[in-house]
Write a protein that binds this ligand. Structure first.
Ligand code: GLN
Length: 310
């Protein structure tokens, strides 16, 4: 293997250009705003331990977090419950789609925090007496990971709340099992709002870096979550972050990650860096097609695979 490139001088624009001819995949059409995404959007960003942020062209183009918010919801739930969230949500991969209407057999808990059931639950566990205060707490938590205030796309939040039938079904199922303690509608509202948070590739890379660096944001120096929380979150990203494609992802890319229907993928390489890739067309498992290609090349070129002997 060629010797690894230096992340400080690695050519992210060349990596982006290499991925552009890839035309596979399909844009999510669950709500009009996602269906309207630009199929040509493609950006790659990395955030390094000294806080340096580097990105390709389009590194500051906004998109909604969607499921890339799930690791951060899990982190905030662990923080606010002092680890109690681990009793309320499983941590086993499902081998099923992200929105499968299915709970852990025997316990009625969501299978893990990276599928919709789990994220509906973790969003309900952050501190706050009502949906507005929980949404506010989530916004403040995400801002600490991002080192800036993040806006919410109100149309996306509204439509996902209104049109998320499978999420409503999951929330009602968890109510019936006694595992969700807020109302089903409140749970969907808060989760939909978190998914509608706007970021760009640079910001998402920094959020991933904060997890990769033990919970300390490398730009602000702020400890956002304890190191044990960051480790718990990254562990579950490694096993469940790419849904029923997690095994294939971990073998090929080898970096814990979370995919999303907006075509964003956040990656956390422990102790090394955070990265984000975005391109809306998705494969059958809901993973960005160009995002996967770029992530694998980034992992190969910067020698990021978790299980490479060094
Ligand atoms: N907001 C989306 C949903 O709940 C997120 C799913 C995803 O990104 N995989 O359906």
């Amino acid at each position: 293997m060629a010797s690894p490139s230096d992340p400080r001088s690695y050519d992210l624009d060349a990596l982006r250009t290499r991925g552009l001819p890839e035309r596979g995949g399909k844009i999510d059409d669950s709500i009009p705003q996602l269906a309207d995404a630009d199929p040509e959007l493609h950006a790659i960003a990395i955030a390094l331990p000294d806080g340096e942020l580097r990105s390709s062209a389009q590194g500051r183009v906004s998109f909604t977090l969607q499921s890339a918010v799930k690791p951060f919801l899990f982190a905030l739930a662990l923080l606010d419950t002092d680890g109690g969230a681990l009793d309320r949500v499983g941590i086993e991969p499902t081998g099923e789609a992200f929105d499968a209407v299915k709970l852990e057999s025997g316990t009625g808990r969501p299978p893990n925090p990276m599928v919709n059931a789990g994220a509906l639950l973790t969003a309900s566990l952050v501190s706050g007496d009502d949906p507005a205060s929980r949404a506010d707490r989530i916004a403040r938590g995400l801002a600490a990971f991002a080192a800036r205030e993040l806006e919410v796309d109100e149309d996306v939040a509204h439509n996902e709340h209104l049109l998320g039938d499978r999420n409503h079904a999951l929330a009602h199922l968890m109510r019936a099992e006694g595992t969700l303690t807020v109302s089903a509608d409140d749970a969907v509202e808060v989760y939909a709002r978190a998914c509608a948070t706007l970021v760009d590739a640079e910001t998402l890379a920094l959020m991933g870096a904060t997890l990769a660096l033990g919970g300390v944001n490398p730009r602000t120096g702020q400890r956002v979550v304890p190191a044990t929380v960051a480790r718990d979150v990254i562990s579950v990203m490694a096993t469940c972050g790419v849904y029923d494609g997690s095994g294939r992802w971990m073998r090929a890319v080898g970096v814990p990650a979370k995919s999303s229907v907006s075509g964003a993928i956040v990656l956390s390489a422990p102790g090394r860096l955070g990265a984000a890739v975005v391109s809306p067309p998705l494969d059958e498992q809901g993973t960005s097609v160009r995002g996967r290609v770029a992530a694998q090349a980034l992992s190969d070129d910067l020698d990021l695979h978790s299980f490479t002997l060094r």
